[in-house]
Design a binder for this molecule. Structure first.
Ligand SMILES: [Zn+2]
Length: 478
């Protein structure tokens, strides 16, 4: 539209000039070096215009003759680039499909065609080398990528992944830190920084990465809070190992604040309070935790606060503690064990019965019943029956890895089997790995239920006086 308008304006100007000249007829006479030219103004004007147009045409022709080689070269270069990008794309697809040879061939082709843009082809060459199993060549490409601003981040990622695969966590952490400096909000950078810091024992750095993860929404607040609590607990445990009680207490308090339901954090905090003579604080934390999530480790930590107390006094103490959650299985177990140790047989039997009401006697209940039969009546035959029953009874609860299903004796930050972080939770292990494998193979387990083929837990007795039966109970459990 704009162009048409300009064209019409130009046309109008030319017509105006032509009409203006046509309306003013006249002749022109030129005398020049012995020649005489006589003509009308109109013809002279047309002649001048024709001369100008010819000059412009000749000028353009001359310019295009001069530029021809350069234009030809440009076209050739464009064509090379086009073929180079095509090879690059083809190579990337081959990498994704795991076709090592094609990927390498395309990488070489792209390298040759895009020789003036090496950063573009280096990643493909590195990946193709990795596919061919040539890690050394890949390292060289990734290292070369660090030289260019555009590819430095990708180069760092490649080197970091190589270091992780080699198990060189310290170097991987250093690379993660460099990547973090370049791009502090990238999710994989924050995740790597956290995992590597935590794995190498740099808990402060791991905590910082989690905080940044929450701030940049890479992690939800709840997820970051829980992970931070576990890291704080690890810090507390590490300080405790070095007898740095105050530091351990500070970290344990933070862990407890971040995740009040993290049982090992509560028991560690209570133990530290206890050693520092802050029994009231320990009692408060344990009772609060019991009201939310009863757990036998809490009961054990609770009675340990008063080591000199008699067995009967401990029954009373535990009674106070479980009063916030009296109908829970763990409350019945805690009181059954306390009564057993206090030789209050009737009460012990009553609590064991209560513990069996929901889903029958668990493995632990069977063992405690065996102990009761022996200690109360010296009935070794009845005890043996209970111990036999324990073999096929269900485990009520245990530390189970949500990632691989492994069962652990005690809580740990990492699963002992698959090394996943913070995957152990206190629950009933319904499916075990052996069964999972059978399911995958579409085979039925060869023997009828006892669901639990493997286990380690439920052999702890909170308040004990060593007896032969207890030893037997432990052996059965182990
Ligand atoms: Zn696991």
């Amino acid at each position: 539209m704009k162009r048409a308008l300009i064209y019409f304006i130009k046309l109008a100007l030319v017509l105006t000039v032509v009409i203006w000249i046509a309306n003013r007829p006249g002749t022109v006479s030129v005398d020049w070096i012995g020649y005489r030219l006589e003509t009308t103004v109109g013809v002279l004007f047309l002649g001048a215009v024709a001369l100008a147009v010819s000059a412009a045409f000749i000028y353009r022709f001359w310019r295009s003759m001069i530029n021809a080689p350069a234009l030809f070269g440009q076209a050739r270069q464009d064509n090379r680039k086009k073929r180079g990008y095509k090879a690059l794309t083809h190579g990337m697809v081959a990498v994704a499909a795991g076709e090592a040879q094609t990927a390498m061939a395309m990488a070489r082709k792209a390298e040759a065609l895009l020789s003036d843009e090496p950063p573009l082809t280096m990643l493909l060459s590195a990946q193709a080398s990795q596919l061919q199993g040539n890690e050394e060549a890949a390292t060289n490409y990734f290292t070369a990528m660090l030289e260019s601003k555009e590819t430095k981040f990708l180069g760092l990622r490649g080197l970091l992944m190589q270091a992780q695969r080699r198990g060189d966590l310290k170097i991987a952490l250093e690379l993660a830190r460099q990547a973090h400096a370049l791009s502090p909000k990238t999710p994989w950078v924050l995740e790597s920084l956290f995992e590597l810091s935590e794995a190498t024992g740099d808990f402060a750095s791991a905590d910082q990465a989690l905080k940044e993860g929450a701030k940049t929404k890479v992690l939800s607040n709840a997820d970051a809070g829980r992970k931070r609590a576990v890291v704080k607990l690890e810090q507390a445990l590490s300080a405790g190992d070095k007898d740095q009680e105050q530091e351990a207490l500070t970290h344990a308090k933070e862990a407890y604040k971040l995740a009040p339901d993290l049982v090992p954090a509560v028991t560690f905090l209570a133990g530290t309070y206890g050693r520092l003579g802050k029994t009231k604080d320990a009692e408060k934390a344990l009772r609060k935790a019991w009201s939310k999530q009863p757990h036998r480790d809490l009961a054990r930590a609770y009675v340990a606060l008063w080591p000199a107390e008699s067995a009967v006094e401990r029954v009373r103490r535990l009674g106070q503690m479980v009063s916030k959650n009296p109908d829970h299985y763990e409350s019945h177990i805690a009181l059954a064990e306390a009564n057993l140790s206090a030789k209050l047989w009737g009460e012990a039997r009553r609590y064991l019965k209560l513990a069996s009401e929901e889903s029958g006697p668990s493995r632990l209940v069977c063992r405690l019943m065996g102990r009761l039969e022996t200690e109360e009546h010296g009935d070794t035959r009845a005890a043996a029956e209970w111990f036999e029953k324990a073999e096929t009874a269900l485990i009520a609860h245990n530390w189970v890895c949500s990632s691989c299903g492994a069962i652990a004796d005690s809580w740990q930050a990492h699963c002992g089997d698959c090394r996943s972080f913070d995957t152990l939770s206190w629950k009933r292990p319904t499916v075990l790995r052996e069964e999972k494998a059978l399911e995958v193979n579409n085979q039925k387990p060869t023997s009828a239920p006892p669901v639990l083929l493997e286990h380690t837990g439920e052999h702890e007795v909170i308040i004990t006086k060593p007896t032969a039966i207890e030893g037997a109970a432990r052996d059965v459990g182990a």
